[in-house]
Design a binder for this molecule. Sequence first.
Ligand code: 2NL
Length: 344
Amino acid sequence: MEERLKELEALALEQVSQAQNLKQLNEVRVAYLGKKGPITEILKGMGKLSAEERPKMGALANVVREAVASKIEEKQAEMEKAEVAKKLASETIDVTLPGRPAPTGNPHPLTKVIEEIEDLFLGMGYTITEGPEVETDYYNFEALNLPKDHPARDMQDSFYITDEVLLRTQTSPVQARTMEANKEKGPIKIICPGKVYRRDDDDATHSHQFTQIEGLVIDKNISMSDLKGTLETFAKKMFGEDREIRLRPSFFPFTEPSVEIDVTCAKCGGKGCGMCKGTGWIEILGAGMVHPRVLEMSGYDPKKYQGFAFGMGPERIAMLRYGIDDIRHFYTNDQRFVKQFNRV
Ligand code: 2NL
């Protein structure tokens, strides 16, 4: 038995040293040390030995098993180390390769124009005021001198939620609410930016949802010259210091007198071209002195207080500024459009 054990040990160690990979090594382990292996067999047959020989053989069998097991372990560690080394050698990383560019976003051109206009008026001492997009008929129309039967309501057909509640058609209700809440407790100087809604069919120049920025100044001794000076400053800052403005008579139910403000055409400098339809002027906003009825309805005495107001469409301003020919570009979010404003 002793001889058989020595023989098995030599055979096992030989096969371990000849194993080419982890799979073969494992086969050797199973063959010699497994439950059905020869060493286990021998240990099972111990019962047949004399009491004297049994511990000797038992000890020897264990020594052989330990020797084979530790050799296998040693070989396995060696193989694993070699495998890692091989992997490291073949999977080198080229740290000089250029990285994948991370896509960067940019503000929407409409957002940029709105923020620019806001900054401009903040610089002139205005406060930005916002209000609800779902409005009551009272603040959207009535308080702005547009009673239920007024024909100008047709121009602003909207989305009604009930007979008395609708999506606002202008941001003026925010101003009406501000006047009402302030009730002659001093002057007002605000701009109201936001989304407005009209029941229009969408085309190159119309949209059922668009943005507006309205402004309102109320104080004692406000006159038309305050309106003109303010909007001239705005036009020059927005379109260029060399631009001129002109005031044309117009009509709005909430202002009296009302004006339309034009700026000299950037393309031809006022000579007349296709852009300005040969007139040399481009309309940028509507404005006027706040109608006495509007002041009164919101709790201001028109004998003590006057005001001017204006309204503009940031889409129109952005279209003139960047030469955009279709209002729908602002809302369809085609990356090819938006990306062009990355660095303007
Ligand atoms: C335009 C014209 C305008 C106003 C808006 C206003 C607001 C109050 C009182 C009086 Cl609370 N007026 N807003 C005044 C004149 C014109 O907008 O063409 N917008 C695009």
